[in-house]
Design a protein around this ligand. Structure first.
Ligand code: PGA
Length: 263
């Protein structure tokens, strides 16, 4: 981590905890986050849980006299409205109380055929609506073993470089090696740091302020017992957590590791 950027710990719930159980989980996260002022915490519930999560986590923040945790959409459509059955616009997320959107997650790229150009359009739409954008990039196992990790990751970063310029702390990149997502196979802190440093250098090549402001999160099998070593790396500014974000006994220690390293 680096003192100039506030660490960001985001939980990507995927297609889990969509109803009352999601609101309960968010309240637990919000209560834990209320005593961790050095960390920005975000949860990304399924769409239907968003209004309840926003309402209840805002109430927790009022009780604790602190800022509420952030709530994110897991995806966003690039058009403001129209005949796009099943889709949600950025302004709708804002209206529901979201402050963030996750964009271009590898599951969106893999199962829903999202391409770099789509990811750029979605990122532009999210930022224009006032949301922060957590843009996911990462290589597959085959791309890593054939030595193409940086080619792939930097190609994905290049697609959003111009869009992220000027976004400040609302621009976030999540490096998530596809082979580490949901597999229990976490990148070593050094391997992750090497990719994060390459992403930072690419941002710096576009604009030094962009490199200084953009938080680069690591994602892929982050757990309570490996978070600290990852977060201690110079260019790792936080974590995008899937499975472990569904269990406060895992997510709590990840948030606390960020707080301890930041303070
Ligand atoms: P995981 O998922 O933590 O379950 O590996 C991370 C993600 O997909 O964002």
């Amino acid at each position: 981590m680096n003192a100039r950027r506030k660490p960001l710990i985001a939980g990507n719930w995927k297609m889990h905890q969509g109803g009352a159980s999601g609101v309960d989980l968010a309240v637990q996260v919000a209560r834990a986050a209320a005593v961790l002022p050095a960390v920005e915490v975000v949860v990304a519930p399924p769409y239907l849980a968003i209004p309840g999560v926003v309402r209840e986590t805002t109430e927790v923040a009022q009780q604790h006299h602190c800022a509420p945790i952030g709530v994110a959409g897991q995806n966003v459509h690039h058009e403001p409205k129209g005949a796009f059955t099943g889709e949600i616009a950025a302004s709708m997320l804002v209206e529901a109380g979201c402050r963030w959107a996750i964009i271009g997650h590898s599951e969106r790229r893999q199962y829903f055929a999202e391409q770099d150009a789509d990811v750029a359009k979605k990122t532009r739409a999210a930022l224009a609506a006032g949301l922060g954008a957590i843009v996911c990039v990462g290589e597959t196992l085959e791309e890593r073993t054939s030595g193409r990790t940086l080619d792939v990751v930097l190609r994905m970063v290049d697609a959003v470089l111009d869009v992220l310029a000027g976004a400040g702390a609302r621009g976030v990149i999540a490096y998530e090696p596809v082979w580490a997502i949901g597999t229990g196979k976490v990148a070593t802190p050094k391997d992750a740091q090497d990719v994060h440093a390459a992403i930072r250098a690419r941002l710096a090549g576009r604009d030094v302020e962009l490199a200084n402001a953009t938080r680069i999160l690591y994602g892929g099998s982050v757990k309570a017992d490996n978070a600290r070593d990852l977060l201690a790396q110079a260019d790792i500014d936080g974590a995008l957590v899937g499975g472990a974000s569904l269990d406060i006994a895992q997510f709590g220690p990840i948030m606390r590791a960020a707080q301890e390293l930041a303070s």
